[in-house]
Design a protein around this ligand. Structure first.
Ligand code: 26W
Length: 824
């Protein structure tokens, strides 16, 4: 029988399936069902279509026995699944029609789905884009992570302040997930290690007196675009182990049962909402070992179901460590190889070091994971023994290469000063270390990881990040997607480099007009969203200048808002000045304990409150803080943006990926030469971006040798002085003039001992204001703007995560593509 192709989607069958699901799930007719119930029913109907492909894909993997990559990550910021799955099934139009015929609006149904927000920001969203690309390119792969009961908190703004609200994303059930109890694994914590010599004279290391939890996997389908491939994201839930029978327990059993139950309950309870900030919490290490032990056990078990020789594990499996968070995988693999398969240290080490590869996502010192050995060894006694031995051998190696150089050991040892340094463990034990943008990788090699690079240069490589165009253009911006397809055909969906064909339209008057009309419609869509969610009216004809990303001092939202205060001052002083209306849009979550970040949110809202309500400026400036910035509203925001704010202190943003999403949607980058901005400018040309500020070399030079005094700028620049004084004279906090003083203090040396303006905000202020003027000038020339915007889209091809994944495959993972027989 011929296989049913995705294109011959059976609309009537689908409609019957939705109606049937509404009936059997809720005993309701379509008319009676709530939007949420219809969402569930539609999702189950879509899942039906996915499951066949899922089985076929996995059977094919079994047959072809290809090498697999396990992408190990504490975070997968997936967003919504329904729309994306339908898109990748190439069934969006027919499903939309089918639903229309049932009297249902597909957008309203998609809006019923909670975001799967199992991540903080860049690192988690990158993992999600990678899964999409891996499936679309046909590479056999698993994502492995944690099924947090509560994901990233929901943000509410009350009185201008951020309030964190728990994200109960599983409240209505997750229609796409599949519980797989048959693959459950036991994970052990604590206790002590005993050594027994067996009859063969082998030492057996046994962890005893431990507490354990059961890791139960839930599988989520990852649908490839139009290729029939469905890969798996496996996220682990924790269940208490059955350790005693109710009818016969003594006091010790009872105590232990209660403790184990608490452990199981706590371990997957919530995602840590810290981004780029290490807090050293015991529960976090438990989370790490929990999902890593389960994933590594399963990877080994799966391999052994098919293969006899564990010594060749690395020929069929590779582990990519998404930052240091999963690095305990190195020691866990060593443990399993030695303690369960009786490999010698050397054999186990050979396998492990050919299996594990590490990606670095940040150079921020406060993000580095360093676990106190007291905690690490108490929680993971056997794993700690192994890390100690890895360290002992690594230090010996350093001594051999750099005899008598104590300094090298101090800087490079895995265990030092009573801490286990996870990055050092990952670099010493992995076969690859990669940064996430060219500049970032160079900084790793020359600065942060210089000693490691000098000792093992062959491990280091760059993989510039990317994003999936299926979600951030095809799904998020259907008007532009259709326009592009009508001009250059649909191939860009799986080959983004095709967008270069759009270049010719940058000088085509009709095309420019159409392009700007689409942008205008998308701005109306965003304006409606903002009116509905924020109650603020904005003018879609104004310049939409947007900064959406996590709130962090290095990302410099403060520079943006200080500049807005300055613009407002100018407008008040010179009401007659020529001024193009601007809407400044922010979206950002702050880590719950990050005081200056939260205060910056309050400042943005306070400034907005004053400016938005000052009728004397006749709406020329609006400031909007979008509540609860997340993947689903990001799609709408990128589509509607004119200006992409990428203004981190040079050297601090490893790559950025929002910058790429803006570019793909035709926004112009206003940014520093940082992270992937450098490569964006290289692709699109400096004349089609607006670049300002210190270079990374200059920043690093000031950091290493000093020579920057923010007070000098305060003294000499009256614009800056005026804005800073407004932080402490109650202009934006009438009832509490001291409210924003901590932000003022962070910028100026008032106590001579304190460091100030460590992110060079005042240093870059004037240049930023100049750059903003250039933006305004450029926008006045509508045709010139359209030209630049189209060129940004046309030159964004490099930034597809498809390209990134192909590079990982070629340089690091060495996987083969799987093509399904039906697609050959
Ligand atoms: C231990 C606490 C913690 C939590 C998260 C430390 C570090 C992180 C992440 C590595 C932070 C992160 O998301 N980094 C971002 O990674 C993106 C994907 O590579 C880059 O594009 C961003 O520039 C980088 O900030």
């Amino acid at each position: 029988m011929a296989k049913k192709s995705t294109l011959s989607f059976d609309k009537d069958l689908f409609k019957r399936s939705v109606v049937y699901n509404v009936k059997t799930l809720y005993r309701k007719s379509m008319e009676e069902a709530s939007p949420q119930q219809i969402f569930q029913a539609v999702s189950y109907a879509v899942k039906d279509a996915i499951v066949d492909k899922w089985m076929t894909t996995q059977e094919e993997y079994e047959k072809q026995d290809p090498k697999l990559v396990y992408y190990l990550s504490m975070e997968f910021l997936m967003g919504r699944a329904l729309g994306n799955n339908i898109i990748n099934l190439q069934a969006y139009e027919p499903v939309k029609e089918a639903l229309e015929e049932l009297g249902v609006d597909i957008n309203a149904i998609e809006d019923q789905e909670p975001d799967a927000a199992l991540g903080n920001g860049g690192l988690g969203r990158l993992a999600a884009c990678f899964l999409d690309s891996l499936a679309t390119l046909g590479y056999p792969s698993y994502g492995c992570g944690i099924r947090y009961r509560y994901g990233m908190f929901k943000q509410q703004i009350r009185d201008g302040y951020q309030i964190e609200v728990p994200d109960n994303w599983l409240e209505n059930g997750n229609p796409f997930e599949l519980r797989r109890p048959e693959y459950a694994k036991e994970v052990k914590f604590g206790g002590y290690v005993n050594v027994y010599v067996d009859e063969n004279g082998r030492s057996n290391f046994k962890q005893e007196g431990y507490q354990s939890v059961n890791a139960v996997p839930y599988d989520l389908p990852i649908v490839g675009y139009g290729n029939g491939i469905v890969n798996t994201l496996r996220i682990w839930d924790a269940q208490p182990v059955e350790c005693f029978r109710l009818e016969s327990f003594d006091k010790g059993d009872y105590q232990k049962a209660v403790e184990q139950e608490n452990l199981a309950r706590n371990i997957v309870e919530v995602l840590y909402p810290n981004d780029n900030h290490y807090a050293g919490k015991e529960l976090r290490l438990k989370q790490q070992y929990f999902f890593i032990s389960a994933s590594v056990q399963e990877a080994v078990a799966k391999y052994m179901r098919k293969h006899g020789d564990i010594r060749r594990f690395h020929e069929k499996v590779t582990f990519q460590l998404n930052d240091t968070h999963p690095t305990v995988a190195i020691a866990e693999l060593m443990r399993i190889l030695m303690d369960e398969y009786y490999l010698t240290w050397d054999d186990a080490w050979t396998v492990t070091t050919k299996t594990c590869a590490y990606t670095n996502h940040t150079i921020m010192a406060e993000a580095l994971e360093k676990w106190p050995i007291e905690l690490f060894s108490r929680l993971l006694p056997r794993v700690y023994q192994i890390v100690e031995e890895i360290n002992r051998r690594f230090v010996k190696e350093i001594e051999q290469i750099y005899p008598g150089n104590q300094e090298k050991i101090r800087k490079m040892a895995i265990i030092y000063d009573g801490q286990v340094k996870m990055a050092h463990l990952a670099i010493a034990s992995g076969y690859s270390v990669n940064g996430v943008a060219r500049l970032h990788t160079e900084i790793l090699k020359k600065q942060e990881l210089r000693d490691f690079y000098e000792m093992m240069p062959e491990k280091f490589n760059n993989k510039t990040n990317g994003i999936t165009q299926r979600r951030f253009l095809l799904h998020g911006n259907p008007l532009l997607a259709d326009w592009i397809t009508s001009h250059i055909g649909p191939e860009w969906v799986t080959d983004l480099t095709r967008l270069t064909k759009l270049k010719v339209y940058a000088d085509d008057e009709k095309a420019k007009q159409e392009f700007m009309n689409i942008k205008y419609k998308n701005k109306i869509r965003l304006a409606e969203y903002i009116l509905e969610h924020n109650g603020i009216e904005i003018d879609p004809r104004s310049i939409f200048d947007v900064q959406v990303k996590r709130l962090h001092e290095y990302k410099r939202q403060l520079l943006n808002i200080l500049h807005i205060m300055h613009l407002y001052n100018q407008l008040k002083e010179h009401p007659e000045m020529s001024f193009y209306p601007r809407t400044f849009i922010f979206g950002a979550k702050a880590a719950a304990g990050y005081v200056n970040a939260k205060l910056t949110i309050k400042l943005i809202n306070a400034v907005g409150e004053v400016i938005n309500n000052d009728t004397s400026i006749r709406g020329k400036i609006k400031v909007v803080f979008i509540e609860d910035y997340k993947v689903s509203n990001a799609e709408i925001i990128f589509a509607a943006s004119d200006v992409s704010e990428q203004i981190s202190t040079a050297s601090k943003e490893a790559s950025g990926t929002g910058n790429m999403k803006f570019m793909l949607n035709g926004a112009i980058t206003l940014g520093t030469m940082d992270g992937a901005n450098v490569e964006i400018v290289e692709e699109v040309g400096e004349e089609n971006a607006v670049i300002f500020g210190l270079s990374s070399d200059e920043v690093i030079h000031y950091e290493n040798f000093g020579g920057y005094d923010p007070m000098e700028i305060f003294n000499n620049n009256s614009d800056v002085r005026k804005v800073l004084m407004q932080l402490i004279n109650g202009t934006y906090s009438r009832n509490d003039p001291d409210l924003f003083r901590p932000l003022y203090n962070s910028l100026l040396n008032t106590l001579s001992t304190a460091k100030a303006d460590t992110y060079f905000i005042l240093k870059d202020f004037e240049d930023y204001a100049e750059a903003q003027k250039k933006v305004e000038e450029a926008y006045r020339d509508e045709k010139g703007w359209a030209r630049r915007a189209i060129l940004n889209v046309a030159c964004s091809g490099k930034f597809s995560s498809d390209r990134t994944i192909e590079e990982y495959v070629k340089d690091i993972w060495h996987l083969d593509k799987v093509v399904l027989p039906s697609k050959k």
